[in-house]
Design a protein around this ligand. Structure first.
Ligand code: APR
Length: 183
């Protein structure tokens, strides 16, 4: 699905984010930047040891934050390591922290001149954040940022499984109804 926000674009696709050719890809990291399973494991495996070497130099990142590293052997130029919250019932600032990590990643992308960014569905795997609310938080935060800053040009949500893709498609259709389709 594609939606325009001013001169920028939000897309949802199903796929493996390690194959993306966008300027940057997001990683669902932990606050120690220590690597792990899920998308984090896939990115380090595909990108090679240069990414972990830089993560070790940086040392860590608080929940809700983001740090940028090289993308090693990946096609993307940079990896934005986003530290999403662990779901703990929903009353522990999970929503705010999830929004913060997308905003931090977008801020860094603009600061580094990265014009296209692919994001995974942060926190909805091992960290257990329910997918539907996570999708709405991610999409709302991204759309607000694009409206405000008119950059990056493209934000592509790369969703690994059909259920997650469906949640983001439904969220995007609800958030940005396709006016052209009704005309
Ligand atoms: N491309 C895109 N999405 C992927 C990929 C991939 N190659 N591999 C997994 N995913 C998806 C998962 O299916 C899920 O929808 O990314 C989403 C986020 O899941 P996780 O990777 O488990 O991330 P998260 O829930 O944020 O947990 C982070 O897991 O791997 C550890 O070090 C990481 O401790 C951190 C925690």
């Amino acid at each position: 699905m594609i939606r325009n926000v001013g001169t920028c674009r939000i897309e949802t696709v199903q796929g493996d984010i390690t194959l993306e050719k966008t300027d940057a890809i997001g990683n669902a990291a932990n606050s120690m930047l220590a690597g792990g399973g899920g998308v984090d494991g896939a990115i380090h495996r595909a990108g090679g040891p240069a990414i972990m070497a830089e993560c070790r130099r940086i040392g860590g990142c608080p929940t809700g934050g983001c740090v940028v590293t090289t993308a090693g052997r990946l096609k993307a130029k940079r990896v934005l390591h986003m530290v999403g919250p662990i779901w703990n019932g929903g009353e522990n600032d999970e929503a705010e922290l999830l929004a913060f990590c997308y905003r931090s990643a977008l801020d860094l992308a603009v600061e580094h001149g990265l014009r296209s960014v692919a994001f995974p569905s942060v926190s909805t795997g091992i960290y257990g954040f329910p997918v539907r609310p996570a999708a709405m938080i991610a999409l709302r935060t991204i759309a607000a940022f694009l409206r405000e800053r008119s950059a990056p040009e493209l934000v592509r949500m790369v969703l690994f499984d059909p259920g997650t893709r469906k949640a983001y498609d439904e969220g995007l259709a609800e958030l940005l109804p396709d006016i052209a389709a009704d005309a």
